[in-house]
Ligand binder design. Structure first.
Ligand SMILES: Cc1cc2nc3c(=O)[nH]c(=O)nc-3n(C[C@H](O)[C@H](O)[C@H](O)COP(=O)(O)OP(=O)(O)OC[C@H]3O[C@@H](n4cnc5c(N)ncnc54)[C@H](O)[C@@H]3O)c2cc1C
Length: 472
């Protein structure tokens, strides 16, 4: 929905607060315009909305002290990881202090024998995997950007591997969190399972900085598969690619990745990454397991694809070929942005039960084609179709507000379609500012009242990332 940003109702920072901030944080705190602006814009089409100050935390104690100081002066707090979110999640609509945790980038423990790692919240997914390189283990969750583990926990992120390994919801074992009162709490220990009281880990996973600041994250790790093999396969239409996906999932093939690119996305990726992929709807697959199981999975998937008109499989066997393929997939967002330089992207994020995916996809493609024919708006589709989750990127000129309205209307209809099919308005990007009104449609008022009660109980002053997820 293309609603205006909420009006700021908070006063500017006082001299007394700024003096206290400088006394405690010295050069770790900044009010420089460039620093504030860097923390006031994400990839969404929302306008620049900077915080009043930025504090670069280096420890859990830094976060706790900053949160306590802000609470004492009724100043809003906005946590910030790598700044890669897409829905206006960290825009400082009520000003305040942005706590940037990117310098909290220590890997605290790798417990290889338990398949867990504990990291500070600013550690990025690539940094963790680099540190795991010689252990035979890996961390599978891979949003396209090199996001921080704190930010990924806060948005309940996923990525191309989620169809096999789950999302942050399934892979965070415990968190260290600074509460809105500035207390440091631990939500769980490292046991693989626990029935010990309310599940605060899962409450904070997906809370988008509205209930506290995540300082440390303990995640599950997985053994590197003995064999890995990736392939691409083209289809006569997106319908055929989607039908193939549905059958693969319904047959229980333990596929590790199953991603769709429509012809527009393939063309954009070819140009951006100097590839020569056939410019047709395409599925990208990856298989993990023993050599025999990878072979068996690949044979099953090839047979299913052939039934739906799938062309011949192009295999990427060598690690460098695989990484070129997945790098291109991860770059698809930036490749699609190049379709019309200077434009901003509105990105959809619906997710539906797999049996309803074909319907959702078909009607959405028809709507996007109308948008293109009537208004000349370029679009491309990529998605984690194995999970029922796909993204339409539609480009609009920031100087032509009517384009944003047309594009948001397509998104509104897509969300309604997904909800009618028992799906969700956001599979992985979170609510931020963009999806607030959809949340009411998705959950209804009674459920939102429970969420509001939790927010009010934990953050009675409404200082933690105010204006996000819920209207109070
Ligand atoms: C090219 C591209 C591709 C992407 N692909 C995917 C994808 O496949 N899957 C996916 O899930 N996402 C994807 N994203 C979105 C983005 O990468 C995720 O939302 C990611 O989880 C954000 O992490 P971050 O560290 O950048 O967080 P930020 O953007 O810094 O913050 C995101 C939210 O989390 C809060 N937050 C950040 N750190 C903390 C903390 N320590 N404690 C509490 N709250 C915190 C912020 O206040 C904000 O609300 C993509 C983004 C881009 C640009």
């Amino acid at each position: 929905m293309n609603a205006p940003l909420p009006l700021r109702t908070t006063p500017p920072l006082t001299e007394a607060f700024l003096a206290a901030l400088t006394a405690r944080f010295a050069d770790q705190a900044s009010t420089a315009q460039a620093v504030r602006e860097h923390h006031g814009r994400d990839e969404s089409p929302f306008p620049l909305t900077p915080p009043d100050a930025v504090v670069f935390a280096r420890s859990t104690q830094d976060i706790a002290d900053c949160v306590k100081l802000c609470a004492a002066h009724a100043v809003p707090v906005v946590p910030y990881g790598a700044g890669s979110s897409l829905e206006g999640n960290f825009l400082a609509v009520q000003g305040g202090v942005c706590i940037d945790v990117s310098q909290m980038n220590a890997i605290l423990a790798i417990n290889a024998e338990d398949l867990t790692a504990t990291v500070q919240a600013g550690v990025t997914r690539k940094q963790l995997n680099e540190a795991l390189k010689d252990t035979g283990l890996f961390f599978p969750i891979d949003p396209g950007a090199d996001a921080s583990l704190g930010g990924m926990s806060a948005t309940r992120a996923s990525g191309t591997n989620a169809v096999r390994y789950g999302t942050m919801r399934e892979n965070v074992l415990g968190l260290t969190v600074v509460t809105p009162a500035g207390e440091v709490i631990h939500t769980a220990r490292r046991a693989r399972k626990s029935s010990a009281g309310y599940d605060l880990t899962r409450l904070y996973v997906g809370s988008e900085g509205t209930l506290g600041v995540i300082a440390e994250v303990t995640v599950k790790l997985y053994p590197q598969p003995e064999a890995i093999s990736a392939a691409v396969c083209t289809f006569p239409s997106v319908d055929d690619a989607v039908a193939t996906t549905i059958e693969i999932i319904q047959m229980g093939v333990p596929i590790a990745r199953c991603e769709i690119l429509d012809a527009n996305a393939v063309a954009a990726v070819n140009k951006h990454d100097q590839l020569t992929l056939p410019e047709q709807p395409m599925l990208l697959f990856e298989f993990h397991g023993s050599p025999a199981s990878v072979r068996e999975q690949a044979e099953t998937v090839q047979a299913i694809a052939a039934e739906h008109g799938g062309g011949h499989f192009e295999w990427a066997e060598k690690p460098e070929d695989r990484s070129r393929l997945w790098k291109a997939r991860h770059n698809a967002y930036f490749a699609l942005l190049q379709m019309k330089p200077g434009c901003r992207a509105v990105t959809t994020d619906t997710c539906v039960p797999i049996s309803r995916l074909a319907e959702c996809f078909r009607e959405t493609v028809a709507d996007c084609e109308r948008l293109k024919a009537e208004h000349g708006i370029p679009y491309g589709i990529v998605g984690h179709v194995g999970d029922g989750n796909f993204h339409v990127l539609m480009l609009c000129d920031p100087d032509k507000p009517e384009e944003r309205d047309w594009v948001e209307a397509v998104n509104d209809r897509l969300v309604q379609r997904a909800l009618d099919l028992d799906g969700t308005c956001t599979g992985e990007h979170g609510v931020g500012l963009h999806k607030i009104d959809f949340l009411v449609k998705e959950h209804g008022d009674a459920t939102l009242d429970v969420m509001r009660a939790i927010k009010r109980a934990l953050d009675p002053q409404n200082l933690m990332n105010p204006g996000k997820i819920l209207r109070l």
